[in-house]
Write a new protein. Structure first.
Length: 602
């Protein structure tokens, strides 16, 4: 997409440099601007989150405070919320009790420990003291993350415990949400066995089998390296909750690293989740070791080189967090990396899977020891803004102006329905996957986002998923895969809008293609498929039917049209052994009826 734009820029006068995206938010009266930075070594996280349900993203900055978005571009510090924000390390947000208000868990060590804070729905929070949550010191930790690993519609918690740091003398903790407002500590899980300098945990369904897996950095931070702690969730395979096994596949689980945070993102828009790992010091390299990007090709991972993807994997380390967003709204994910130090952060612009290091933005002209970072469209203007916490002279809020470059966008927030139905997902939709299809600059492709409650350094990004659309004025299709196993297939909708989508139903002004009479009921088996795909579908009338298979770029790879099929059940077999591994879509069309389903080819 951007290669053509770059060629056009060469035709312009030399002074026609790409417009700057970010500006520093400045104000003499704003509470956030005037708050002091963190003390040196006071590692802390931050999150954009709408804690008061008023439609505007607020900000929690651990050690800095809770700041309410005033809806006019600024923030007011809230001192009566009941949250103690003068200490702690990380934070993770989820509506753990499915009551409609998002709650927060804050990690800490030494004399404070970690604690859960229930949102009371009136702008205040109450510390939860039921069961294991009453003993904060027994839950000491560094990084933390909500994730529904047993798919019971209630989010669980993993706490990473760096042994020997901040008064922590034990291992990781896994807390299972029993759906009654309290948690059970699971000490028998492999995740909790042994001690190590664990850093930041994250949950992701990296193998797309329907349950979230767990990834924890090794983080020696002393010049040595180690393998990271990656665990496959076996719940879908066995039906047994709390059953994880150590991932052993190379290179993701065999590389020696100084791992901080694993981010699972689809940087190349091919329909599966790739991995980016930030590294800190490692092998006494002075400035530290570079970060790792692993390309996923339908389950086979390749460690990318600078020759293939640019300086995003060769710049020296001391890296802590990474933030993956389509900051310029062109249709692919860019990356921002925080650096300890003092040092300068890094920003990498994605150019069709190859990254360019950008140094002309104020987000890279910020010399400090940087810790957490979070992103979200806090001013609701159609682009993703960025907050970075750091030592004095401190934190900064960067306002993004990408919406002024003419590129379109769409913002989607998901809401699960909870455990009130036979099948439902947690209210915050943690673990859900959103896929959209759009034609940008003449090329049709899918993009995807996975909703996560920990995807930066001790920080999480906004739960609203924003997609850049370039020159596309609409998206053609939307698919949401919920943790419950429900998959919603929806039709086109206009760009430059905010949408809220509830599990089992498309947005009101959006055409549903799986919940109306225009739906063609069909099934695919097996899924994933290796060679032979069987399609069983029903048609209501005797009329021509087209069955097509499209790849992640939206291109037809197989098409078969039937002049006439009898009403009722029909069965087709497609031989797919010659197709490369990847994510594909099966489409069935008859007259005004159309349905789409996703499958994976191994």
């Amino acid at each position: 997409m951007k290669k053509l734009l770059y060629f056009l820029f060469l035709l312009l006068p030399m002074q026609a440099i790409q417009a700057q995206l970010f500006t520093v938010f400045e104000s003499e009266t704003d509470d956030l601007v005037n708050a002091p930075g963190a003390a040196t070594g006071a590692y802390n996280g931050c999150s954009f989150v709408d804690y008061d349900n008023d439609g505007w993203l607020d900000l929690l900055w651990v050690r800095g405070g809770l700041f309410r978005n005033n809806g006019a571009g600024g923030f007011e510090k809230i001192t009566t919320s009941g949250l103690r924000t003068d200490a702690g390390f990380g934070n993770t947000w989820s509506d753990f009790d499915n009551d409609g208000d998002i709650d927060v868990f804050v990690s800490g060590g030494n004399t404070r420990g970690s604690s859960m804070h229930k949102n009371n729905g009136d702008g205040t929070f109450t510390k939860v003291t039921d069961g294991i949550l009453n003993d904060s010191l027994a839950l000491k930790g560094w990084g933390i993350a909500f994730g529904d690993y047993d798919n019971n519609a209630y989010t669980d918690i993993v706490i990473a415990a760096p042994f020997g740091f901040a008064g922590i003398t034990d291992g990781n903790k896994l807390l299972s949400n029993n759906g009654t407002g309290s948690f059970i500590r699971i000490d028998t899980s492999i995740i909790c066995q042994g001690t190590a300098p664990y850093t930041i945990p994250s949950w992701s369904d990296y193998d797309h089998d329907g349950d979230v897996d767990c990834f924890i950095g090794s983080g020696p931070a002393n010049g040595t390296v180690a393998v990271d702690y990656l665990y496959k969730n076996q719940f879908k395979e066995t039906g047994i909750a709390n059953y994880f096994t150590r991932i052993t596949e190379a290179p993701i689980s065999t590389d020696l690293v100084d791992g901080q945070i694993w981010n699972w993102i689809d940087y190349d828009n091919d329909g599966d989740l790739d991995a980016y790992l930030t590294n800190y010091l490692g092998v006494s390299l002075g400035l530290g070791m570079p970060n790792n990007l692993y390309r996923n090709d339908a389950g086979t991972f390749t460690k990318m080189t600078a020759a293939e993807v640019g300086p995003i994997v060769s710049d020296p380390g001391l890296s802590l967090g990474s933030v993956w967003e389509d900051f310029d709204n062109d249709g692919d994910l860019d990356c921002f990396v925080t650096k300890d130090g003092p040092a300068y952060c890094r920003y990498y612009e994605n150019n069709d899977g190859v990254f360019t290091g950008i140094t002309s933005e104020p987000i890279t002209d910020f010399y400090a020891a940087h810790y957490g970072a979070t992103s979200g469209d806090y001013d609701k203007d159609g682009d993703v803004d960025l907050f970075v916490s750091a030592t004095n002279p401190g934190k900064k809020l960067f306002i993004n102006s990408a919406s002024e470059n003419g590129n379109k966008w769409i913002n989607i927030e998901l809401k699960g329905v909870g455990a009130t139905l036979i099948a439902g997902s947690n209210f915050s939709a943690i673990g859900a996957t959103i896929r959209i299809k759009a034609t940008i600059h003449g090329e049709t492709a899918w993009q995807m986002r996975e909703i996560s409650a920990q995807n930066s350094f001790n920080s999480m990004l906004s739960l609203q998923a924003e997609f850049g659309l370039g020159d596309a004025t609409s998206i053609d299709s939307l698919i949401v895969e919920w943790p419950s196993g429900i998959i919603d297939y929806c039709g086109s909708l206009s760009a430059n809008h905010f949408y809220t989508m509830f599990e089992g139903a498309c947005p009101e002004d959006m055409v549903s293609i799986n919940n109306t009479s225009n739906n063609i009921s069909f099934s695919l088996s097996p899924n994933p498929v290796t060679d032979l795909l069987t399609i069983v579908f029903d048609v209501n009338v005797q009329a021509p039917v087209t069955v097509s298979i499209t790849d992640s770029a939206g291109k037809n790879v197989l098409v078969q049209t039937f002049a006439s099929l009898s009403p009722g059940e029909n069965k087709l077999d497609f031989q797919l052994d010659k197709l490369p591994a990847g994510v594909y879509y099966c489409n069935i069309t008859q007259a005004q009826q159309h349905s789409t389903k996703l499958f994976t080819k191994h």
